[in-house]
Design a protein around this ligand. Structure first.
Ligand code: KIV
Ligand code: ZN
Length: 386
């Protein structure tokens, strides 16, 4: 039987931290409703103490979301936690996400403190948050670069203090997939009360490994993935929601499933991109403009004979437009014949041979040969024939 992986969407918090992506409350509400419709389990709506505007957004989102848990971020500071609790007071399923840096870089460089002091502050913040909500998620910031033995002590202590979910962020996107997977396995094997909490992957993409790391995390025992639509987020971004969801769906032998309605992946990607004014790179997996286009002759020929030769996902399953056969100077005769047929021209093999020579001349001048060029070519050729 496959096991459920909870999807924790942080587009409205970690994603919104990107310069230029700031949203007003109306925009945040529109996205929160679409994200809930997508089927996520938890929506991280914002960081309530960070500004009055963000407090208000979290509060309004908490009022309208019915199925997903609504989460607010806080530091390990009493006032932060109280403000987050206040912003979440109307939520049907509120979650406070609190925590502190646990790597020596953070303990010494950021807090000028000691491991013992940070351990105590971690315990106290979870206990404080438990006064307001049952569901408390603890994050060990920079867990990716935290010594495993110390991390295990912190995790055990915060679970004892009442944390229900333990977030293991690779905050700087430093870990290799094997290292991140081993970290999760280490916690599963060395924290005595680990079965009382869910382990969560929160990976950043500085080395382009966020998706791979999150998948390694669930393979080694995590049951929640924190991610954003289009992989938006600090610096190189967070784990991309559409990527982890489709890895899980395509590799059923992993034994996992999510509740994401995959047909909504492309529409929500466009909505987030437009609302946050952040274009999606054309070669982005699942939601990029070129994710389902074929332009080289060898690929086009194989694809036209059988789509599965060059496509592992049916574009319909992720709400994308049908696959595109793009005509460039690298395209072959079968792609040209296919595009002409779609425009209503029934051509013989001989017609295609003649038209292909003309096509190559145009294609060498232009990046892409479009429908107008094809009409022009076909009409000229067919009138000569007639
Ligand atoms: O990347 C990170 O460590 C975070 C935490 C605040 C959860 O975003
Ligand atoms: Zn983050």
């Amino acid at each position: 039987m496959s096991e459920k992986i909870n999807i924790f969407d942080t587009t409205l918090r970690d994603g919104e931290q990107v310069p230029g992506c700031k949203l007003n409350t109306t925009e945040k509400i529109e996205l929160a409703l679409a994200i809930e419709q997508l089927g996520v389990d938890i929506i991280e709506a914002g960081f309530p103490i960070s500004s009055p505007g963000d407090f208000y957004s979290v509060q309004e989102i908490a009022k309208i979301i019915t199925h997903a848990s609504v989460c607010g971020l806080s530091r390990a500071v009493k006032k932060d936690i109280e403000v987050a609790a206040d912003a979440l007071k109307y939520a049907k399923k509120p979650r406070i996400h609190t925590g502190i840096g646990t790597s020596d870089y953070h303990i010494k460089g950021k807090f000028n403190s000691t491991r013992e002091d940070i351990l105590e502050r971690a315990i106290q913040c979870v206990k404080w948050a438990k006064n307001f909500v049952d569901d408390v998620e603890f994050y060990a910031e920079d867990a990716g670069r935290t010594d495993n033995e110390y991390l295990a002590r912190v995790v055990e202590a915060v679970i004892k203090a009442g944390a229900t979910v333990i977030n293991i962020p690779d905050t700087t996107g430093y870990c290799l997939p094997s290292q991140y997977g081993e970290k999760i396995a280490y916690l599963r094997n060395n924290v005595s009360n680990i079965d009382k909490a869910i382990l969560s992957c929160h990976c950043h993409n500085d080395l382009g490994l966020a998706t791979a790391n999150s998948i390694e995390g669930v393979i080694h025992g995590a049951r929640q993935i924190e991610c954003t639509i289009n992989g938006l987020g600090e610096r190189a971004g967070n784990t991309s929601l559409e990527e982890v969801v489709m890895v899980i769906q395509q590799h059923k032998n992993l034994g996992f499933y999510t509740n994401i309605k995959t047909k909504q992946l492309n529409p929500i990607s466009r909505l987030v991109s437009d609302t946050m004014r952040m274009p999606v790179q054309p070669n982005k997996a699942i939601v990029g403009a070129n994710a389902f286009s074929h332009s080289s002759g060898i690929h086009q020929d194989g694809f036209l004979k059988s789509a599965i030769t060059y496509e592992i996902i049916n574009p319909k399953d992720v709400g994308a437009d049908i696959s595109k056969i793009v005509l460039t100077a690298r395209s072959g005769r079968s792609a040209l014949a296919f595009r002409l047929k779609n425009l209503g021209y029934e051509c013989t093999r001989n017609d295609i041979d003649v038209l292909y020579e003309k096509f190559l001349q145009i294609a060498d001048q232009k990046k892409e040969v479009g429908d107008d060029d094809l009409h022009e070519m076909a009409k000229q050729h067919l009138s000569i024939e007639a």
